[in-house]
Design a protein around this ligand. Structure first.
Ligand code: 5GP
Ligand code: MN
Ligand code: MN
Length: 481
């Protein structure tokens, strides 16, 4: 990409609004000088400029350092539109609605887990379905599925698969309001019905990690994190259910564009006014998928607890297994933010971006109210993950948002080409990371080199003040679909 990137400071790069006809605001990319070279390798910055053309956009069209090319919006993009006269765009959410991350903490230390790691990973692999088109272990009726759409993870807890405190430490308490199952197609229900409680494939994973570095001991302590502690990270979303809901909405949005006379530089930015029939229908079905995803991560949590109980011969409670937090990183949210000095209701699109609310925000659970929310940032299977904490600065600058991962640097096909003939599981084992996967091809598409360096990504958001590093956790064992 050859367009203009005006350096604002060490961590901020501006795409001025006069770069392209139709831009209603500036674009702003958070990155270091070193990362900018990679960011220019694909057309993601052009997508930042395109998003700046959306009707009703407020603030800037934002992009995090893990930015890369995506459908319409870049992955790593954040855009807020006014509820009153702005649009909602499915491309600003993504196909995997409420793809997100949940972290479980334990009271176990590395030395207690190492000796049984192989067995633990195998038990988890057996208990948690994974792979392309994987199906859950429980079959849900259509009426039960409607409850999942409306009550999300809370419904799963009510059925006995989890604890009330699990949903307290989940974004939206695991049940976002506004679901309308009547707006969900039969096809989506058909695809989703048997997939609840499954990991899926590719980028989705379950990882056993050990806290290696503590950056902010005071915050770590309040989060219940300590050095050598074993934690579990779960990354999955709404499976075929959310994918179908997104697909269904795209056709509707194409005709809504004509109907409302909206023209944009990329047809993948298809959208409708938030307050239109089409906009509302998408939002209400998107909420159904978001709740499905929280239910999915909740059911998997239950099987993680059962697996640990089996291997350690102790109850999950004795093992201290607790949900640290659960974040969505592909979602549109109705939120109140300060816009030009006044409180305004906006639709915040976070596509490959994580909410990072700071201290004292009223939606945070009591436990984190004084500190800010935990932010969960996976890196890659060879590197592990970071936990950060949300900030007031993010509230002012990015509608309370930060990055969501390392971000891809190579396409799947390029990663596949570069890893031909290699045994990735064996390479990982040589690095001290045990890997189990349904498919060898998936592992090759997921090689660590396919991703950016997550420590550079979190360094940028930390230094820019959008969220602060709390701990880094190194991987011990990974399950991939
Ligand atoms: P996305 O949902 O956008 O594909 O992925 C979120 C992030 O997860 C990616 O940007 C990547 O940094 C990270 N990631 C993908 N696979 C793994 C894995 O196996 N382990 C860890 N720790 N992170 C991963
Ligand atoms: Mn994801
Ligand atoms: Mn996903």
């Amino acid at each position: 990409w050859k367009g203009p990137l005006r350096k604002v400071d060490e961590w901020r790069w501006l795409i001025p609004r006069d770069y392209k006809k139709g831009m209603r605001t500036d674009g702003l990319i958070y990155a270091s000088e070193r990362m900018i070279r990679d960011i220019r390798k694909d057309q993601a910055p052009e997508q930042v400029a395109n998003v700046a053309c959306l009707p009703g956009i407020v603030g800037k069209s934002l992009a995090m350092p893990d930015i890369h090319w995506g459908y319409g919006f870049p992955i790593g993009g954040v855009a807020a539109t006014r509820v009153e006269d702005g649009v909602i765009s499915p491309g600003g959410v993504g196909f995997d609605i409420n793809c997100g991350v949940r972290m479980l903490v334990t009271s176990l230390e590395e030395k207690e887990v190492r000796p049984v790691l192989d067995r633990l990973l195998r038990v988890l692999f057996r208990n948690i379905p994974s792979g392309v088109g994987s199906e859950g272990r429980i079959s849900f009726s259509v009426s039960e599925l409607r409850k999942v759409m409306e009550q999300g993870a809370q419904y799963i807890v009510k059925r006995g698969w989890g604890l009330p405190e699990d949903t307290e430490c989940t974004e939206e308490q695991g049940a976002m309001p506004g679901a309308n199952p009547d707006k969900v197609s039969q096809k989506a229900i058909e695809r989703g019905k048997d997939q609840l409680g499954s990991l899926g494939s590719g980028n989705h994973f379950l990882e056993i990690e050990v806290v290696e570095t503590v950056f902010r001991p005071d915050v770590a302590e309040m989060f219940g994190l300590f050095k050598s502690q074993v934690v579990v990270m779960i990354h999955t979303g709404s499976r075929g259910f959310g994918h179908q809901i997104c697909t269904d909405s795209l056709n509707v949005m194409q005709s809504a564009m004509r109907k409302y006379g909206i023209s944009l530089p990329d047809r993948q930015l298809a959208c409708a006014p938030f307050n239109s029939e089409e906009g509302k229908a998408y939002f209400e079905s998107m909420v159904c998928a978001a709740n499905f995803a929280w239910a999915n991560r909740q059911l998997i949590t239950h099987w993680v607890r059962e697996s640990f109980e089996e291997v350690f011969g102790k109850s999950a409670q004795e093992l201290g297994i607790r949900v640290l937090y659960d974040v969505a990183h592909n979602i549109a949210k109705l939120e109140e933010h300060e816009v030009e000095g006044e409180k305004a209701k906006v639709v915040v699109h976070r596509k490959g971006a994580t909410r990072a609310f700071g201290p004292e925000h009223p939606v945070l659970p009591q436990r984190y109210r004084n500190i800010g929310q935990p932010v969960l940032i996976p890196g890659d299977m060879g590197t592990g993950s970071f936990v950060l904490v949300g900030t007031e600065r993010a509230m002012q600058e990015t509608f309370g948002s930060t990055c969501h991962g390392a971000g891809r640097m190579m396409s799947r096909s390029e990663a596949d080409r570069r890893s031909r003939g290699r045994d990735i599981a064996q390479e990982m084992e040589a690095k001290g990371v045990l890997v189990l996967a349904e498919s060898k091809a998936t592992l090759r598409e997921e090689i660590p080199e396919a991703y950016k360096d997550v420590s550079q990504v979190v360094e940028v958001v930390d230094r820019a003040g959008l969220s602060r590093k709390v701990v880094y956790a190194r991987p011990l064992g990974v399950i991939k679909g």
